[in-house]
Design a binder for this molecule. Structure first.
Ligand code: HEM
Length: 172
């Protein structure tokens, strides 16, 4: 791709904006859920469980994280494809970006297979009249544990991506 044309520059700027804003939403929401909302709900007994289940039933939180993660990853892959032939990709910045991308892909894969695929099903079960502790309790515990792993992977990715440009040349 010829990145020197005005159209290409505009497309790359739009992709960067999409990637960064969606990444912010993904990591911010994951952090909020894993470090604040879920531990508070877990420490609040039956009220906490009711609150968490209502959060999944009545809001789009079950879709917010997977959707922002998908946009971040897709825009990131496209940016990576565009930049992969740039000579700066073999610089320290490029290497750090690549490791960051690897952590981002791991966060996405882990989140998809261990949390998000179950979140829709969990929201459905939480809405069912016959929803009970034996079915919901273990799913909640698993989602909480796995969500935390994905959050840390995404956070490492963010730190590497955001810090990369300070380690070497800046892409045009
Ligand atoms: C948790 C997931 C991710 C977050 C929070 C994130 C965040 C960021 C941020 C903040 C930047 C801007 C860095 C700067 O301009 O100084 C960036 C750049 C970049 N990211 Fe990600 N990223 C994530 C995942 C990914 C993935 C999975 C890929 C590709 C497979 C990727 C590829 C890129 C590329 C190529 C750039 C450089 C873009 C450019 O300068 O044009 N990112 N990322």
């Amino acid at each position: 791709m010829d990145v020197s044309t005005a159209g290409a520059a505009l497309a790359i700027t739009a992709l960067r904006l999409l990637h960064i804003v969606a990444g912010l939403l993904w990591v911010g929401a994951a952090l909020m859920m894993s470090l604040y909302i879920e531990p508070t709900a877990a420490a609040s007994g039956a009220d906490g469980k009711r609150f968490l289940r209502a959060l999944y039933r009545k809001t789009n939180v079950a879709r917010l994280i997977p959707l922002s993660a998908a946009v971040t990853t897709l825009a990131g892959l496209l940016l990576y494809g565009v930049l992969s032939y740039h000579e700066a990709m073999s610089s320290p910045m490029g290497v750090i970006l690549s490791v960051g991308a690897l952590f981002g892909l791991l966060a996405f894969g882990h989140g998809y297979f261990t949390v998000w695929r179950r979140a829709g099903e969990y929201a459905r079960l939480a809405s069912a009249v016959e929803a009970n502790e034996e079915t919901l309790g273990p799913i909640e515990a698993k989602m909480r544990r796995n969500g935390r792993v994905s959050m840390w992977l995404a956070l490492v990715s963010l730190a590497l991506m955001a810090g990369a440009r300070y380690a070497g040349p800046i892409f045009a």
